[in-house]
Design a protein around this ligand. Structure first.
Ligand SMILES: [Ca+2]
Length: 722
């Protein structure tokens, strides 16, 4: 753990360079992998022996360390001494593995630099043994200044009289080097003995690169030696660090929870002490976005690490939504199922030997598809409890059915009794899963059905909020604020909804307490978010929650529809920070891989950006220009129609697809999207609109089209909203 904290401290010191490898230094280095900020940086200095095993080393250390080596062959120790400053640069190295000798001990023709035969051409040894020892000491002195952990690799076994080298010199030089290393307390990696014992077929005669199988064996040995230096503490701490290298992950998703529906995001009516504590222990993202203003698409963005419209999932349930002569546009065609060929987050974690469980609402299979072909178990989950094609329960009370909606029954939850409340019972299942899997790394994808409709509170909590409203002098009557031709609820004063929010918080607290009881709290990463904005708009003020000062709510591309609460607790990292960098649900996938030190899958999570660098503080901003929202559909709780949005820095542009009309807001100054800046800032507006259009094309997002049968007089907004 201390090592990890040291690593983070050093990250802070190199705030301008996320990988602690300045660009100037990178010019001199060979880098053959995607660098990962959260991993240690390891420099391999060496001659052709290390060139031979370098590639295998990169593969073997993937997800465990970033591997670098100088671009050139490091040659003999004379050259090493000349070049060492250049290779080390100003970079921060965690471990340096180095070797010299192969070129020192070979004989050269006295008049030429080519290898010579010692006896026939009177060749002389490249670097005398005395000089070799002196050079090594000077190189070590320089290496020690880096504070990196050092490993010396001895020279591999050389075939007699090949390439101007002789076995006796080979041994003499290795023995001398070992003495120097022992004096300096440097770990020795004995490549000589290993290579000497290689069968003949693993070596090319006359060549010490030992390609390719010999090189692979050497690479494995180097990796094993490096691994011994990764943890540095006592055995006890080493054991816990080992466990920590594969922490568990719990991803809580709450359905339709609004941005300020929890106390640490500003609610003064709903009580959420457990989430408030989670935010204190972790990172609270103020400007987090659902990738879509409705349910299923955002869920897909979490599991795929990409914008859902890339795979045709721009609306929920596999439905294009309302259409017909009362709608000016024909909404975009949608797909209802998540493609099986994508590698979901669960599949990525299964590859890393995680046990994966999905508990709760799934909603990633089209409503019209009555098969089980796209259930959680088809997308990488070992266990599925309660997940199916439908997006809400018939009731929150056992048996979770309703006469009106018989198809919304919750599956695999038949072992209850009267009075059981769904949020409590799903949590019981989650706690059982955690207890059963506490000794091995697990991924629990816990997607609550609450606080989506039907608004059915737990009765004990409903009474509490009725009394609380009374005490506060809050009128329980809903009042509204107009937004276009819809109405947003003005006040958070609904006891039933408040009770659902608190029941959710209480149950998340039960899960967190279980982790504490099992002593795995420090080995479990927690992510908490919602799948879209809160349900705050409708034809009247009766939506269950209010998100003011945010504009509108679920199903809108205004902030109320897409801005969500988002908290990450990353054990080992001092939390309690509030981060205002705009982030998106697409980012969860690479962030989890990064936190777990697993290799990234950049071809899969194409729109995700790992958030680890802003959490550790090594960078303030992410390498991302914009976040895009695309909702080419109508929705009965939305009177703006199909629309899109783009967020860049403090600014957000909204585009109405029916009219092409755009609006520009500075969210830093105007979180409620009240002052349209389009006419004040036409250049910025044009630039952002162009980017949004380009992104729609690049992502092949489905488009709405003009409806030739549209009749203004029948416009869907008129009869209902005027
Ligand atoms: Ca939802």
């Amino acid at each position: 753990m201390r090592y990890f904290i040291l690593l983070l401290l050093s990250l802070h010191l190199c705030a301008n360079d996320p990988f602690h490898i300045p660009k100037q230094d990178q010019k001199n280095l060979r880098i053959e992998q995607e660098l990962d900020l959260s991993l240690p940086n390891i420099l391999i200095i060496g001659d052709s022996i290390s060139i031979g095993y370098h590639k295998d080393l990169v593969t073997l250390m993937s997800g465990k360390a970033n591997i670098f080596r100088p671009k050139t062959n490091c040659g003999d120790s004379n050259k090493g001494l000349q070049q060492i400053d250049k290779w080390l640069g100003k970079s921060k190295w965690d471990i340096i593995h180095f070797n010299f000798g192969l070129h020192d001990l070979c004989y050269r023709h006295p008049d030429a630099k080519v290898y010579g035969n010692r006896d026939k051409i009177n060749g002389t040894i490249s670097v005398s043994l005395d000089q070799y020892k002196k050079n090594l000491q000077l190189i070590i002195n320089r290496l020690k200044k880096t504070n990196a952990k050092l490993i010396w690799g001895s020279t591999t076994f050389v075939p007699e009289a090949e390439a101007g080298r002789f076995q006796k010199d080979n041994i003499r030089y290795n023995v001398a080097a070992s003495e120097v290393m022992l004096e300096n307390d440097i770990l020795i990696n004995d490549l000589f003995t290993t290579s000497k014992n290689f069968p003949e077929k693993l070596t090319n005669k006359g060549d010490v690169h030992f390609k390719p199988k010999g090189s692979q064996k050497l690479a494995i040995q180097v990796v094993n030696t490096i691994k011994t230096l990764l943890p540095t503490q006592s055995n006890k701490v080493q054991a816990s660090q080992k466990k920590f290298s594969s922490p568990n992950v719990i991803l809580f998703l709450v359905d339709d929870l609004g941005w300020n529906d929890i106390a640490c995001y500003g609610s003064s009516f709903y009580e959420t002490p457990n989430l408030d504590q989670l935010a204190k222990d972790g990172f609270l993202f103020t400007d987090a976005y659902a990738a879509n203003p409705v349910c299923s698409p955002t869920r897909a963005s979490i599991l795929l690490g990409k914008y859902p419209s890339r795979v045709g999932l721009s609306n929920h349930s596999g439905s294009s939504g309302p259409k017909g002569p009362s709608h000016k546009l024909i909404p975009a065609k949608v797909k209802g199922n998540m493609p099986l060929e994508d590698i979901t987050l669960a599949e990525a974690l299964k590859e890393a030997n995680y046990t994966t469980a999905h508990i709760g609402k799934w909603h990633l299979q089209a409503h019209y598809d009555t098969s089980q072909d796209h259930f959680p178990d088809k997308h990488g989950f070992d266990i599925n409890i309660a997940g199916h094609r439908m997006g809400q329960p018939g009731s929150f009370y056992f048996p979770y059915k309703s006469k009106q909606h018989p198809s919304t029954n919750v599956p695999n939850m038949s072992d209850g009794k009267d009075g059981d409340y769904l949020t409590d019972q799903l949590t019981n299942k989650a706690i059982d899963f955690i207890k059963d899997h506490k000794d091995k790394p697990f991924f629990l994808n816990f997607w609550y059905y609450t606080v989506h409709t039907p608004i059915i509170p737990r009765q004990d909590l409903k009474k509490k909020y009725e009394q609380k409203a009374k005490m506060l002098g809050l009128d329980l009557k809903a009042t509204g604020t107009p937004v276009l031709k819809s109405v947003s609820r003005s006040t958070q004063n609904n006891p039933s909804y408040a009770a659902m929010v608190e029941a959710m918080d209480e149950n998340i607290g039960r899960v967190l307490s279980t982790l504490k009881e099992l002593n795995i709290e420090d080995e479990t990463i927690i992510i908490f978010c919602s799948d879209n904005g809160g349900l705050s708009t409708g034809t009247g003020p009766n939506a269950p929650t209010s998100l003011l000062p945010l504009k509108a709510g679920k199903a809108w591309v205004y902030e109320g529809g897409i801005r969500i609460p988002f908290i990450i607790k990353w054990p080992g990292n001092p939390g309690g920070k509030s981060l205002s960098t705009p982030v998106c649900t697409t980012d969860i996938y690479p962030t989890i891989l990064n936190m777990l030190k697993l290799p990234l899958k950049p071809k899969q999570h194409v729109d995700g950006v790992s958030l680890t660098s802003i959490m550790t503080g090594s960078t303030k901003e992410l390498k991302r220009e914009a976040i895009y929202i695309h909702y080419p559909h109508y929705h009965h709780i939305n009177s703006m129609g199909p629309a899109g949005a783009i967020r860049m820095g403090d600014y957000k542009l909204v585009e109405y697809y029916e009219t092409g009309e755009v609006e520009l807001y500075n969210l830093h100054e105007d979180i409620g999207e009240m002052t349209n800046l389009v006419s004040e800032q036409p250049e910025r507006s044009a630039k952002m609109l162009k980017k949004l259009e380009e992104w729609r094309k690049e992502s092949n997002s489905p488009k709405p089209e003009l409806n030739p049968n549209y009749e203004t007089i029948k416009d869907y907004r008129k009869p209902k909203f005027l």
